[in-house]
Design a protein. Structure first.
Length: 228
């Protein structure tokens, strides 16, 4: 064993470390020489090949790609920071109810809308509340009062609240005069920024014959005195 150690030390100190056949057999007998890989040794690029690192931009999906505002709105359209509102001057609501139902069935924008505001509903006491009910919507109406505005036809307001956006909604006040008609609905939706405690939906209708400046002044005075 001592002679074998001396042989190995002598081989290490030699200037040209060429292995002859006898020494190769001796090293293979001790298990100190590794058998060469024929496929790797035969390849001309075996010595120059380097292991490459995977680039960060080569990932199939970047981090935070699904955390954008647009993605959250697509997944949960009813949980918006501010409510989506659809406003329309319907000129008689009774004959538009089937169209509204069709729009909410076929169009996602209408189905996920938070608030529907309709002016000139032309409703009166002869139209019951059950006749204007829509599935998944809470209705609030303010019909024109002929004794206050001096007109018997036209006018009227109606607000629908999507129950998937808010189930806690109440009518705060309504107002009717020859210059302006408005209705205030207070909502406490499921999701709301912490800076706000409630959302006030104010539906306003100014008749064509009224002066806009006088109507806005009366609207400001009425809202300042009636809303909390």
């Amino acid at each position: 064993m001592g002679g074998d150690v001396e042989t190995l030390l002598h081989y290490r100190n030699r200037p040209n470390n060429t292995i002859n056949d006898e020494l190769r057999e001796t090293l293979c007998g001790f298990g100190l020489l590794r058998q060469p890989d024929l496929q790797t040794a035969a390849s001309p690029e075996a010595g120059s090949r380097k292991r490459g690192h995977r680039k960060r931009c080569a990932r199939p999906q970047k981090r935070g790609k699904r955390a954008g505002v647009r993605t959250r709105l697509t997944l949960k359209p009813a949980r918006t920071a501010l409510p989506s509102i659809l406003l329309s001057n319907v000129c008689s609501l009774e004959n538009k109810l089937d169209c509204i139902r069709l729009q909410r069935t076929t169009r996602r924008e209408s189905r996920d809308c938070c608030v529907f505001v309709f002016t000139e509903t032309w409703l009166s006491d002869r139209v019951p509340e059950a006749a204007i009910q829509l599935d998944g919507l809470a209705s609030f109406r303010a019909d024109r009062d002929s004794a206050l505005c001096g007109k018997t036809r036209g006018g009227g307001l109606c607000v629908y609240i999507n129950t998937e956006w808010c189930k806690n909604s109440v009518l705060v006040s309504s107002y009717c005069s020859p210059l302006v008609e408005f209705m205030v609905v207070r909502c406490r939706p499921f999701y709301l920024p912490r800076e706000f405690t409630a959302v006030l939906i104010i539906s306003v209708y100014i008749p064509p014959g009224a002066t806009a400046k006088d109507a806005l002044c009366e609207l400001y005075s009425a809202i300042s005195g009636h809303t909390p």
